[in-house]
Design a protein around this ligand. Structure first.
Ligand code: NAP
Length: 255
């Protein structure tokens, strides 16, 4: 019997992790802000899969809420085998906007919370000598498109560092780097997606299935789908100034 803790487990990629893991019989701890949605999701998964589902209503932008989750991650009696740091959102604000609070909020949720929760999980799991940490990053971290790219570049780099630190302890660590996935993400961030070609879109269930396979195989970076794997390999081998120029064109087409 295995238990996963999923931040942002009520929608999109997090909900797909919840469904997939529930279907294979894993117990779940779901974390998000919307208590009604958490409760609906928990009831549905418990009824359909006869698993245990705990919920934690928390805002990951609030440090005390994050510290509360570390207590659940550190429990020896009810161990978490797979923490999935997934909660996140898009940020459209420009880097030079006078109000930097949207950037700071994004850093709190997608950097500070990931740092604190991964550290707590890593400490406990190292003692047990087992477990898998998954941090949801993005292919946006391979380009330079504002604060969101910078945050996701941090998540990928941080996760690689964590994998090194935990190497040989029995704890596996994976950064999931998806491309465009159909979820509530774009609507919530007011991102116009009309110009994104159909072939660029990924299905959340397939992203999750591929990620879980990669994590089980000990892959540190998971880039779901052949097409994105090829695109990211090309991106890595292009001269960096060319990547910056492409990023500049893409950014200006969005504003
Ligand atoms: N969709 C894409 O194209 C794409 C591509 C690459 C990477 N990603 C990454 O995938 C992850 C999941 O995104 P998604 O596309 O599945 O988005 P989504 O459908 O909008 O789901 C976001 C989830 O995060 C939760 N959440 C947001 N802010 C939170 C906060 N402050 N505290 C606690 N929970 C919070 C939301 O629940 P509440 O609102 O109830 O809190 C929701 O469950 C993110 O890290 C995103 O950056 C997405």
């Amino acid at each position: 019997m295995s238990t996963a803790l999923i931040t942002g487990g009520t929608s999109g990629i997090g909900a797909a992790f919840a469904q997939t893991l529930a279907a294979r019989g894993d117990d779940l701890v779901l974390v998000a802000r919307n208590a009604d949605r958490l409760s609906e999701m928990a009831t549905d998964l418990k009824e359909r899969y006869a698993i245990s589902v705990e919920t934690i209503t928390a805002d990951l932008a609030v440090r005390d809420d994050v510290i509360g989750i570390t207590e659940r991650l550190s429990s020896a009696e009810q161990p978490i085998d797979m923490p999935i740091n997934n909660a996140g959102f898009g940020v459209r604000a420009k880097l030079t906007d006078p109000d930097t609070t949207p950037h700071e909020h994004a850093i709190d949720v997608m950097i500070r919370a990931v740092l604190i929760l991964s550290a707590a999980a890593g400490r406990t799991m190292r003692q047990r000598g087992a477990g898998t940490i998954i941090n949801v990053s993005s292919t946006a971290g391979f380009v330079t498109m504002g604060v969101y790219s910078a945050i996701k570049a941090w998540v990928t780099s941080y996760t690689e560092g964590l994998a090194n630190e935990l190497h040989g302890t029995g704890v596996k660590v994976t950064a999931l780097c998806p491309g465009w996935v159909r979820t509530e993400f774009h609507e919530r961030a007011n991102i116009h997606v009309g110009s994104i070609p159909e072939f660029m879109w990924l299905d959340a269930d397939r992203v999750v299935a591929e990620c879980l396979g990669d994590a089980a195989a000990g892959k540190v970076i998971s880039i779901p789908s052949k097409r994105y794997a090829v695109m990211m390999t090309i991106a890595e081998h292009l001269p960096h100034r060319l990547m910056r120029a492409v990023s500049r064109r893409l950014t200006s087409s969005r504003h």
